[in-house]
Structures are given as C-alpha cells and as structure tokens.
Write a protein that binds this ligand. Structure first.
Ligand SMILES: [Zn+2]
Length: 318
C-alpha cells in the first residue's frame, strides 16, 4: 500500500521519513547519479534556480522529470520573496554569478501554486488566494528584472504556476499571456501551426555580415567552410515559415542572392537582405524601434527612421 504510512503512529512515521531521507541521500550520492547529473548539465547548460513555496507537494524535479540536484531551490512560506531581504539578494546574486562566470545562462523559475479542484488545497501561505499568490510571483519577477535586467539575454525570470492536482505547470510570458501545460497538448498543440507559433522563432533581424565561408554576428564570427553548417545547427529553433533579415551584410556585388539562398537552404527559412549598397551598418534601438546611428544604405537615408524593407529574399530550396 503506497499510502499506508498515513495510518501509522507518529514514531513509525518519523522512522519512515528518516529512512526515506537516507535512501534519497544514498541514491543522490551514488556514482551513477553523480555522473547522470554531470551529463545532464553538459547537455543542458542553462542553470535553473527555482523560488517556491515550502509546501511539500511542490517537487519540481519530480514534476519536470529533471534529475535531483539540477534545479537549485529557494523555499519560503507561500513562495513569497523579496530581493531586499537581508542575505537573499546576496545569495541569489552569488548563484547567478557563479553560473554566468562558468559561461551558463540562468533560468529563474518564480513559482506559485494552487489546486484546480479545491481552493483549500491551494497555498495556505496566501490564504488560498490564487490571485494574491500569482501577484506576488510577478512582483518578485519585476525585482529580479531590476537586478539582472529586463532584456533577459543572460538571466530569464519566468513566472510558473504549479497546479498540484495534476502536477501541471502554467508558463507565463507576462500577466496576460500564458501556456497552461495541463490543457496544452489537447487544446493548443494538436495543430502544428499553433505549436510552431508558441515555440519557434518567426522572424529575426540580424545585424550581421557574411559570405559563404564567413559569418559575423555582433562580436562573434564563424570562419571557414563549416560556417554554413555551424549556422545550420540553429535551424531547429525557427518556425517553418520563419524569416530572417540580414542588415549590415556587405557581400553585394551580385553575390547576395546566392548567399541568401544558401543561408535559406541551410536554415530552412526565408532569408532576406539588400542587393544594392548592402555595405552599411546600423545601431538599432529595439525599444523605440528606430536606427540610432549607422551608415545608411543610400546617402540621405534618414538616421532615426525605421529599418528599411529588404529587396532580396530567398526561400529555402531542398
Ligand atoms: Zn504554498
């Protein structure tokens, strides 16, 4: 009987709990589990921190089928946190820096929990008030953004709802947009299009330069005959109807069409750019959506205007 422990007396329950702890500890410390963790981290380098309620039902490794010891937990009553608390800010910053200095990005799960079936199985830390629990999570996410930035290039704080009846997660982009994984498969992801829209990149603007054997993105570059293959490794992240626009690419001179074509073939998406006077570069203000400075494609083209529309597009040919 899996739940027979509930009918035992307190001494037996304590012994059972201690034995369970010892068993978990034995498994965790085994060479097999250690190697499995290391392998998992090598395959999935993003560090994961989770802020959650101390409620025993909130067991993220179990819910997400992640090996124990990967998700770094921070627990408190109700999963309510304030980055201004003595020591907490220091602790979180330390964890983030430790990961970042090892070249890893950081996903921070800011969780709240509730029960769909019965309000009283929700979070007692918030007096079973789902809205209050959720608001607290969003407030903490804002604090994390004020500390680690809101562009989310290195640290991504994600609000996650945990529904404990089904151990189902709800992922929140912002307060208005969320994916409820409990209903996701049947309702939303039956249609390939919908999955595509939610999970894959639809369009991108790349301030990049390249030719068949040389690609430069920002400060990085890929050189040599393998350049296209290297770029191809990101193909899986694009939606099948995705589109990429290259700015600041100077190949021009009749080569742009074949370059965009080979890139399109490799990525499996449409790749666009400029045929004429493509040798220009810009600094793009993503928030105001204007060019801050740069060399315009044609003399007299405005700085401070929107990015121009590309005139060469290549669709992938297999
Ligand atoms: Zn709770």
């Amino acid at each position: 009987m899996p739940h027979s422990i509930h009918t035992k007396n307190i001494a037996e329950r304590m012994r059972w709990l201690a034995e369970l702890g010892a068993e978990h500890s034995r498994i965790f410390a085994s060479p097999e589990a250690y190697l499995q963790r290391r392998r998992y981290q090598a395959e999935h380098p993003t560090a994961i921190l989770a802020f959650k309620c101390m409620d025993g039902r909130i067991h993220l490794p179990y819910i997400t089928k992640t090996p124990l010891g990967i998700i770094q937990p921070f627990r408190n009553l109700g999963g309510a946190f304030d980055i201004g608390w003595p020591h907490l800010g220091e602790l979180v910053t330390h964890e983030v820096l430790r990961a970042v200095e090892a070249g890893r990005r950081v996903l921070i799960l800011v969780t709240y929990h509730h029960s769909r079936g019965e309000r009283s199985r929700g979070c007692s830390g918030f007096d079973f008030d789902l809205e209050a629990a959720r608001s607290s999570a969003f407030a903490f996410r804002r604090q994390l953004e004020s500390v680690f930035g809101s562009d989310h290039q290195t640290v991504y704080p994600l609000v996650v709802g945990i529904e404990t009846d089904e151990d189902a997660l709800t992922l929140h982009w912002d307060r208005g947009t969320a994916i409820d994984l409990a209903t996701f498969e049947s309702a939303d992801c039956d249609e390939a299009d919908r999955c595509d829209e939610l999970f894959f990149i639809r369009s991108g603007r790349v301030i990049a330069h390249g030719s068949g054997a040389e690609l430069k993105f920002g400060g990085g570059q890929v050189l040599g005959k393998d350049a296209m293959d290297t770029v191809g490794s990101v193909a899986q992240y694009f939606s099948s109807d995705g589109k990429l626009i290259l700015y600041a690419c100077n190949i021009g001179g009749g080569q742009s069409r074949s370059f965009f074509q080979s890139l399109a073939n490799r990525l499996g998406i449409q790749v666009c750019g400029f045929s004429n006077g493509v040798r220009w570069s810009v600094s793009w203000d993503a928030r105001r959506r204007i060019i801050k400075r740069g060399i315009a494609p044609k003399p007299g083209d405005p700085i401070g205007g929107p990015l121009p529309e590309p005139d060469v597009c290549a669709k992938p040919k297999t």
